[in-house]
Design a protein around this ligand. Structure first.
Ligand SMILES: Cc1cc2nc3c(=O)[nH]c(=O)nc-3n(C[C@H](O)[C@H](O)[C@H](O)COP(=O)(O)OP(=O)(O)OC[C@H]3O[C@@H](n4cnc5c(N)ncnc54)[C@H](O)[C@@H]3O)c2cc1C
Length: 496
C-alpha cells in the first residue's frame, strides 16, 4: 500500500474548500487529518518534498483566515484527540492537541473540575486555543489559557520534538502560546483545571444605560466577581451609546450546592435541543435570517434591553457552567442567519484610560457608515506575559458585521478607520478574530522589537519557512521567514 512517504506530489483527492468560521473567507487547500505524531511528521515530510507550506487547523473556529492556506497543505488536527493523563486529585490533565473544549469539560466535570478558561463556544481544540491564547469572560481575574498551561510538547518543522514550560525552553513557551501556529505543532498540552463544587454558577444581570455606566459597574465588580461580560446594543446612539446588560457569574462555595454529585453530571449541563420545548434549535437560524438586518436587529436589541431593564431586580439565578459559558452554542449554525456572505468579527483591546472614548468613537463610526454591529460584546482584561499577546489592562469590544457582496469593500474601509482609533488609543488586535488588519498596523501594535523576536524564533524553529497561513502572509509579508529555499519554490509551482 502506498503511504504518504511514497507520494511524489500532493494527492488531488485531498483538495478541499476550507472556510474561515465566519464564512466570509475561504481557500482551497490539501487537507490531511493525521491521528498520530508519526502521521504529523509524514505530512511535514510530504510538504517539504513537494514544496508546499503547512497551516495547522484545529476546529476551524477562528473567524477569518488564521487556519487557511490557499493551494498549500492544511494539517487538520481534529482526529488527534486522545486524553493522555488525568489526575482527578490535582486537576492536571495532559491531552493531544485536537481534544476539544467540549471533550475536556465533559471528561473532567463529573470529578469536580472545569477548564479554567473557555471561549464563547465549546467546539475549539486545545491546540487552537493555545495557539491563539484564548481569553474567557474571566480574563480580568485569571488571565488567558496560557497562564494555566503547565507544559506542552511542540513538534518543529526541523523534526525536533521539544518540551516547553516556564522552566524548560522558556522563550518558546511564551512565544508558541499565542504564536498562531507559526513555530511548530502542539502535540500535547498539560493544563491545570479549576476545582468547582457545583455544576451551577450564581448569575446576575445588570442593566446599564450607556458605556460609561457599563465601565463603572465592571470596575466596581471586578475584584469580587469570577466572570463578567457585557452585551452592548450596537445600534443605540446619542446618550445611550454603549447601553446594554452585564452578566456577572460566581462559583458556588463548598457546601452551597446541596447536591453537587447530581449537578456536576454531564446531563445536567447539556444545552436543550428545542426552544420552548417545541421548535428544534437546529432549524432556528432559518427563522432568524429575515431579522438579521438594520431594522430587525434594532428591534430585537431594543426588546432585549428594555426587557432586561424591567426584569433587573438584582435577583440571582442559577445557570449550569455550559449554559453560562457557551451561550453562542444555543443556536446551532446561527452564523448562517447572516446569509451567504457570512460575517466578520472585529475585536479590539484598549487600555482602561482610553477605552471609553475610543469604543464610543468606534460605535459612532460604524453607525454613521450605516453598518452598525449586529452583536457587540464587552469584556474586562488584564495584561499577560506572552510575546504576541492581544491583551491589555483594559477592555475589549467585539463587533459582528454582516458581510454581503455589496458591502464588503465598505466594511473593510470601516475596519481601517476603526484600526486608526485603536492604534491612537494604544490598543491591540487579535488574530483569532481578525479578517481585515493590514501588515503595517499589525507591526505598529505589536512593536518592532516583539516582531523581530518572534521572527528570530521562527527562523530557529522553522528555518525553511514551512509554516504559513493566509493570515500570516497577509500580516507578515516581508518577513525573512517566508523566503523559500530555491528547490522548494520550484517544486511549489508544480500543479497537482
Ligand atoms: C462563536 C465563537 C466564539 C468565540 N469566543 C471566543 C472567546 O470568548 N475568546 C477567545 O479568545 N476566542 C473566542 N473565539 C475564537 C476561538 O476560540 C479561537 O479562534 C480558537 O483559536 C479556535 O480554536 P480552533 O481549534 O478552532 O483553531 P483554528 O481556528 O482551527 O486555528 C486557530 C490557530 O491555531 C493554529 N493551530 C491549531 N491547532 C494547532 C496545533 N495543534 N499546534 C499549533 N497551532 C495550531 C492554527 O494554525 C491557527 O493559526 C470564538 C470563536 C467562535 C466561533
Amino acid at each position: 500500500m502506498m503511504t504518504l512517504r511514497d507520494e511524489p506530489t500532493l494527492p488531488f483527492q485531498n483538495l478541499e474548500l476550507v472556510h474561515g468560521w465566519g464564512l466570509s473567507t475561504d481557500a482551497v487547500g490539501y487537507v490531511f487529518r493525521p491521528s498520530t505524531v508519526e502521521g504529523i511528521r509524514e505530512v511535514f515530510e510530504l510538504a517539504q518534498r513537494t514544496g508546499r507550506t503547512i497551516a495547522f487547523r484545529g476546529a476551524g473556529r477562528s473567524y477569518g483566515d488564521a487556519a487557511l492556506n490557499a493551494e498549500n497543505v492544511v494539517l487538520d488536527l481534529t482526529r488527534f484527540c486522545r486524553i493522555l493523563e488525568w489526575d482527578p486529585h490535582t486537576g492536571v490533565i495532559k491531552m493531544e492537541s485536537g481534544v476539544t473544549i467540549r471533550q475536556l469539560w465533559e471528561y473532567a466535570l463529573p470529578d469536580g473540575w472545569w477548564p479554567p478558561i473557555v471561549p464563547g463556544t465549546m467546539f475549539p481544540t486545545l491546540g487552537g486555543c493555545a495557539s491563539m491564547n484564548i481569553h474567557g469572560k474571566n480574563n480580568f481575574a485569571v488571565g488567558p489559557i496560557g497562564d494555566h498551561i503547565l507544559e506542552f510538547e511542540l513538534l518543529l518543522p526541523t523534526g525536533q520534538h521539544l518540551t516547553c514550560s516556564r522552566q524548560e525552553n522558556r522563550d518558546l513557551f511564551y512565544a508558541a502560546i499565542g504564536g498562531f501556529g507559526m513555530l511548530g505543532c502542539f502535540t500535547s498540552i498539560t493544563l491545570k483545571l479549576k476545582n468547582v463544587y457545583s455544576g451551577y454558577l450564581n448569575v446576575k444581570a445588570i442593566n446599564v444605560p450607556n458605556l460609561d455606566a457599563m465601565i463603572r459597574e465592571l470596575e466596581q465588580r471586578m475584584d469580587a466577581a469570577d466572570y463578567l461580560v457585557g452585551w452592548i446594543d450596537g445600534l443605540a446612539g446619542g446618550k445611550g451609546i454603549g447601553r446594554g446588560v452585564i452578566h456577572e457569574a460566581n462559583y458556588l462555595k463548598p457546601g452551597q450546592d446541596p447536591n453537587p454529585a447530581q449537578t456536576l453530571r454531564i446531563e445536567n449541563q447539556q444545552l436543550p435541543d428545542t426552544i420552548f420545548g417545541l421548535l428544534p434549535k437546529s432549524t432556528l437560524w432559518r427563522f432568524m435570517r429575515p431579522f438579521v438586518n438594520n431594522v430587525g436587529v434594532r428591534f430585537i436589541n431594543m426588546a432585549k434591553f428594555y426587557a432586561s431593564r424591567l426584569l433587573d431586580r438584582g435577583k440571582i439565578f442559577q445557570q449550569s457552567h455550559a449554559a453560562f459559558a457557551f451561550l453562542l452554542d444555543y443556536v446551532p449554525n446561527w452564523k448562517r442567519s447572516y446569509g451567504r456572505g457570512g460575517l466578520i468579527q472585529y475585536q479590539s483591546f484598549i487600555p482602561e484610560a482610553t477605552a471609553a472614548e475610543a469604543f464610543k468613537a468606534q460605535l459612532r463610526l460604524a453607525q454613521k457608515a450605516g453598518y452598525p454591529p449586529y452583536l457587540a460584546v464587552f469584556k474586562r482584561h488584564r495584561r499577560d506575559n506572552f510575546l504576541m499577546t492581544h491583551s491589555v489592562d483594559g477592555y475589549s469590544l467585539a463587533l459582528d458585521f454582516k458581510i454581503t457582496k455589496r458591502n464588503r469593500a465598505a466594511i473593510w474601509k470601516l475596519a481601517s478607520q476603526l484600526d486608526e482609533v485603536v492604534l491612537k488609543a494604544g490598543g491591540r488586535f487579535y488574530f483569532a478574530k481578525d479578517s481585515t488588519l493590514h501588515a503595517a498596523s499589525a507591526e505598529q501594535y505589536l512593536g518592532r522589537e516583539a516582531v523581530e523576536q518572534f521572527m528570530a524564533l521562527k527562523r530557529r524553529c522553522d528555518p525553511n519557512g514551512l509554516l504559513e497561513t493566509n493570515l500570516y502572509r497577509r500580516l507578515f509579508p516581508e518577513s525573512e521567514a517566508t523566503a523559500k529555499p530555491e528547490a522548494q519554490t520550484q517544486a511549489g509551482t508544480a500543479q497537482p
